[in-house]
Structures are given as structure tokens and as C-alpha cells.
Design a protein around this ligand. Structure first.
Ligand SMILES: Nc1ncnc2c1ncn2[C@@H]1O[C@H](COP(=O)(O)OP(=O)(O)OP(=O)(O)O)[C@@H](O)[C@H]1O
Ligand SMILES: CCCCCCCCCCCCC/C=C/[C@@H](O)[C@H](CO)NC(C)=O
Ligand SMILES: [Ca+2]
Length: 556
């Protein structure tokens, strides 16, 4: 569709006189009389549109400001040369900052300066561009920021002050910043005190643990404001209205990595500025009708639970603690017995092995809500259509993992479940049965390369809407295999476990759940996915490479 022309002038860009145009979709420029893109002005700033002009989509402009050319430049804080050539001797100019894509899904703040013959024209351009930006109502204007000064390598505060605050201020976003003083400070502030009406979003600077605090605060607050009791496991939860931004400054940053494609603070800040919105599923975890926690990334029993338990004792080591505990846990090769019951997802959301990863504008996550899993409209669909049939699996497992999203992170770029979806209302349940140490190592190593980690006879994977886990030692008498009872059944059960772990003691009969990096107090849990309960300032991982056009050219 042809866009209405808003402004057109001859301005100079990087020493070359250009035809510059603004419409509601893009700011474009091309050298005067140039019919090919080959001689486009100076260095290339943005992609080329169908007419061979360089352009910046309006929705990716961060800000525009008048540039003072006869002294130190205000752009990027660097000194610039005073113009020498006739076209650049115009003393009036404005600078447009915009999103520039670099490699590996990283975004940068690019700049282009356009020189005008007089100040009136310059101000007219600045005003016209600002007017277009003001129409982008999805952009946040006021944010509540929580910084964990102790996440990851303890760089959170510095990352925010040096890399993020200047971008927010350039985009005219105002902020209230709270540097947390204790664990759960942010969660409790959001739950009870924060004046949420004042804000367009909440930003956390930290890792997955910090993000978990934010969602617990925000979800609990939303439920209590609406009179919903989160202790009731079959309650329909109310989605949170505020979007959440993550500035990565943790050890794993898996939620940021899996929703943006990188763990780069500048990229995340720019996704917040442009007002991106990515809905996300949240699992609620209960133990006998008592609410325990929410999870958005990994719920892991066995291997990942044990890695976390061990690594918490090594927090002082920083991010390296996961590697040390990972090797130690791998060597211990413990397995655990229990029963998993689950409610499979409908076929229309695909399977964990379909090699259809969740990307920006994902078709599966965009299915109409009535077709999605665990959606709020679910009650309107008949019970027989929706309830499905619970399945039961018993066994001895090295790991039981539930991935609500891919869990991609720098350690595992495709993640624990590469085709899991951010917002489809399901979780991928990965069961790794007892196998040799060598086979388990082969399975783990496949998380770090392109090979399929599920392609082993001891690995099973299911896409589910709900699941329950009961460790064997908590199963009721009727559930236990009575053949093992000998009058002192419990004692015999423990002694059998200890024979299988000669180097251990009885406490090893159960593992703990790693819930997004926090240890759960109970092994027996009930898990349910709530479709799209929260929204992030993100857009999922973009499919196209740096050199492809991010927008349909006809729209520019
Ligand atoms: N001021 C504080 N003092 C102590 N602990 C804090 C403080 N603020 C937040 N926390 C807690 O620190 C824990 C770890 O924080 P965070 O997630 O930011 O870093 P991380 O654990 O290094 O990273 P990741 O979770 O990505 O592995 C969180 O569980 C959070 O509750
Ligand atoms: C012996 C070689 C082992 C290589 C195995 C690599 C597998 C890496 C898989 C990492 C998945 C991380 C999932 C993220 C979980 C987060 O919720 C949590 C909190 O940050 N992080 C961890 C490490 O528990
Ligand atoms: Ca999901």
C-alpha cells in the first residue's frame, strides 16, 4: 500500500545531496539523480527499499534531535569533524538515531545526520519525525526499573548506568529506579507497594532469578487485585497488563536469550524502547492445593535439580559455579524413581520433535485463543474435546525436565527443547531414563551442537498442558509395588536404593526441582500451563539474517 508523503526536501547526507522523504512508514534518502543504489550516500546506514533508497522504518527510529554542527557533536558523545565541503557547510542539521541490526540478533543504536540549508527547515523535519514517533502509542513512556546489584558478575548497576540509561533518556523514557537491597525486595515491592498505574512497564536488571522475582510480584499482585486465589490449582489466572523488560546481567540469562536471541543489554534496551510485545506462557506449580511457584523456563528434577542444589553452595564462584556443579553431578550419575502423569496437548500445536522453532510472529503461538492450550476461552469448549486423556509413566530417571520455552542460552544455543513455544499454552516434558554414563554424556553434549538430543531410546518427549510428579517414596501404599513389601516395607525400600548407590546415604532417594533456578521445597508437584499470562518487551527470535529486509518493501 502506497504511504502518504509527509515531507520531502533536498538535504545532504554524509557530503552528498539527497532527496529525503518522510512518510508514516519510513524516512528514506537517495542521492539526487541517482537511479541505482550503488552510489547511495556515503556509507550505508539502513537497508535499501524497492526504489533503491536507504531507509529507516519509523517504528525503528529511537529519537531525532537537532545537531549542533559548529562545535562538539551531541551524537554518541564523540567529537566530530566540522564540515568542510560546500554542501556540509550548512550549519543546520538533525540526527536520527535508529535500530541497527548486527550479527547474532544483536541490535545497536545507529545514527544518520541530515544537513539543511536553514534552521526553519531543520526544525520542520525534527517536528515531523517527532510527530510520527508520538503516534507509536505502544512505546513505553514511564518505567519502573529494579536492579539486582549482585546478579551474575555483580555488574548490574554499571550495565544499567552506562549502557541502558542513556538509551532510555535519548528515547525520552522516564524511569523510577530501585536498586534491590535484599533477595525478594523487588517481588515484595511489586506485590504490595508499587504504584503500578503510573507505569507502562517493569524492567529488571539481573538474571533469571531476578526475572522470576518480578513475575511472582506482578502475577500475585494481578490476582489479588482481581480477587483470584492462586492457591487453587484449577483457578483461571488473570493475565498481567504491564509488560516486563529484561536487561541481562545474570549467570544464565536464559529467558532473555530465548525471547530476544541474545543476552546483550543494549539489544534488550532497544526492544523496550520500540515497545515490542511478546506474550509468554507461565506454569503454576502446586503441592496439594498449596501454591509453590511460577516457572517460565526450566523445571528440572534429577540432573538439573542436583546441579542447582550443589551450585547454590558455590554462589561465590559466580557463573562458573554451574560448570563445576554440572561436572560433579554428572559424575555422581544418580537416578530417581517416580511416576509422571500428564495431559497431552492437542495436535495443532505440533510436537517437541517437529523442528518448527518458535520465531517472531510464530504461527502456533498466534493460533486463535480458542484453538490454543490452556487459554482463558477454554471453558467454552466442551469438556470431552478439551480434557483429553491423562497418561501415566513410571520409571527410573536421570532427569525429568519440563521446558515451557526453548531454554536457549549461551551454553546451549538451541536450548533444552529447541521447538518449544513461548506462548502456545504447553510445556515440553523431557524424560531421560536411566542409561549408561556414556549415553547420558552423549545426550548432554547434543545440547551444545546441532544434533538431536531426543534421538536416543532412553529419551522420551511429550508436549503437555498439565503434569503431576510423585517420587516413589511418596507414593501411597496402593501405588507402591506391594511385591517389595516384607513386613517392614519402608526399610526394605530404602536399603534397596542404598545398594544401588553404594557411595551414598539414604537422603539420595529424592532429588529437588530446579524451578527457573530456584529450589522447590517439595518433590511431589502438580504443574499447569497458563497460556500467555505475561508479556515481555521482546518479539521472539527474528528469523531473517542481518542482510535480509526486516519489513515488506512494499510497505516502505
Ligand atoms: N540485593 C540483593 N541481595 C541479595 N540477593 C538478591 C538481591 N536482589 C536480588 N537478589 C536475588 O539474587 C538471586 C540471583 O539473581 P540473578 O538472577 O539476578 O542472578 P544470577 O543467579 O547470577 O543469574 P541467573 O539467574 O541468570 O543464573 C535472585 O534469586 C534474586 O532473588
Ligand atoms: C558434561 C557436559 C555438559 C554439557 C551440557 C550443556 C547443557 C546445558 C543446558 C543448559 C540449560 C539451561 C536451562 C536454564 C535454566 C534456568 O532456568 C536456570 C536459572 O538461570 N539455570 C540453570 C543453570 O539452572
Ligand atoms: Ca510454551
Amino acid at each position: 500500500m502506497e504511504q502518504k508523503l509527509l515531507l520531502s526536501s533536498q538535504l545532504s547526507v554524509h557530503n552528498t545531496l539527497c532527496e529525503v522523504t518522510l512518510n508514516s512508514a519510513a524516512l528514506s534518502w537517495r542521492p539526487r539523480g541517482d537511479n541505482t543504489h550503488k552510489r547511495a550516500a556515503g556509507r550505508r546506514y539502513g537497508p535499501l527499499n524497492a526504489a533503491g533508497s536507504q531507509y529507516v522504518p519509523v517504528c525503528e527510529i529511537i529519537s531525532v534531535q537537532e545537531t549542533e554542527e559548529d562545535c562538539a557533536s551531541t551524537g554518541v558523545g564523540k567529537w566530530q569533524k566540522v564540515p568542510q565541503t560546500p554542501v556540509e557547510s550548512n550549519q543546520h542539521a538533525f540526527t536520527v538515531s535508529y535500530v541497527e541490526r548486527t550479527q547474532k540478533h544483536r541490535w545497536r543504536c545507529g545514527e544518520v545526520t541530515l544537513h539543511c540549508t536553514d534552521r526553519t527547515l531543520c526544525l520542520q523535519w525534527v517536528q515531523a519525525i517527532r510527530e510520527q514517533l508520538s503516534l507509536l502509542t505502544i512505546r513505553p513512556k514511564r518505567l519502573l526499573v529494579y536492579i539486582n546489584p549482585y546478579g551474575g558478575k555483580h555488574h548490574g548497576k554499571r550495565i544499567y548506568e552506562q549502557k541502558v540509561a542513556p538509551i532510555f533518556s535519548r528515547a525520552s523514557i522516564s524511569t523510577d529506579v530501585i536498586v534491590t537491597e535484599w533477595a525478594n525486595h523487588a517481588r515484595d515491592h511489586l506485590k504490595t507497594e508499587a504504584e503500578l498505574k503510573k507505569y507502562d512497564g517493569v524492567v529488571c536488571v539481573g538474571g533469571d532469578g531476578m526475572f522470576s522475582e518480578i513475575i511472582h510480584g506482578l502475577i500475585s499482585r494481578t490476582q489479588s487485585d482481581s480477587g483470584v486465589d492462586q492457591n487453587l490449582s484449577d483457578e483461571t489466572l488473570i493475565p498481567c497488563s504491564l509488560r516486563i523488560g529484561i536487561i541481562p546481567a545474570g549467570s544464565t540469562d536464559c529467558i532473555c536469550y530465548a525471547t530476544v536471541g541474545s543476552n546483550d543489554p543494549v539489544t534488550s534496551a532497544l526492544h523496550i524502547v520500540v515497545g515490542d510485545s511478546q506474550p509468554m506462557d507461565v506454569c503454576s506449580i502446586h503441592h496439594n492445593n498449596t501454591f509453590l511457584r511460577y516457572s517460565v523456563s526450566l523445571l528440572g528434577y534429577g540432573f538439573y535439580g542436583d546441579v542447582l542444589t550443589d551450585s547454590e553452595r558455590k554462589r561465590w564462584m559466580g557463573p562458573a559455579r554451574y560448570d563445576i556443579s554440572g561436572v560433579k553431578t554428572f559424575m555422581s550419575h544418580r537416578y530417581y524413581e517416580g511416576t509422571i502423569t500428564f495431559l497431552p496437548a492437542d495436535e495443532n500445536v505440533g510436537t517437541p520433535r517437529d523442528k518448527l522453532p518458535c520465531r517472531t510472529g510464530c504461527n502456533i503461538c498466534s493460533l486463535p485463543s480458542a484453538d490454543k492450550q490452556g487459554s482463558r476461552d477454554e471453558e467454552s469448549v466442551s469438556d470431552t474435546d478439551r480434557k483429553g486423556v491423562w497418561q501415566v509413566i513410571r520409571g527410573k530417571f536421570l532427569a525429568i525436565n519440563a521446558a515451557c520455552m526453548s531454554c536457549a542460552c549461551p551454553r546451549s544455543p538451541k536450548g533444552l527443547s529447541p521447538s518449544a513455544h513461548l506462548a502456545d499454552g504447553t510445556v515440553d516434558l523431557i524424560l531421560v531414563r536411566r542409561c549408561s554414563r556414556f549415553d547420558f554424556l552423549r545426550h548432554l553434549l547434543r545440547h551444545t551442537n546441532k544434533d538431536d538430543q531426543f534421538d536416543y531410546p532412553f529419551v522420551e518427549v511429550y508436549r503437555v498442558r498439565q503434569f503431576h510428579f510423585t517420587p516413589r517414596y511418596e507414593e501411597t501404599n496402593s501405588e507402591l509395588d506391594l511385591r517389595e513389601a516384607d513386613g517392614s516395607g519402608r526399610k526394605r525400600f530404602f536399603s534397596r536404593i542404598c545398594r544401588e548407590h553404594p557411595a551414598c546415604n539414604c537422603s539420595l532417594v529424592h532429588s529437588s526441582w530446579n524451578c527457573d533456578g530456584e529450589i522447590l521445597p517439595h518433590a511431589a508437584i502438580q504443574v499447569r500451563v497458563h497460556c500467555q499470562l505475561i508479556k515481555l518487551f521482546a518479539r521472539g527470535i527474528e528469523e531473517h539474517s542481518v542482510f535480509e529486509e526486516p519489513y515488506p518493501l512494499s510497505a516502505i
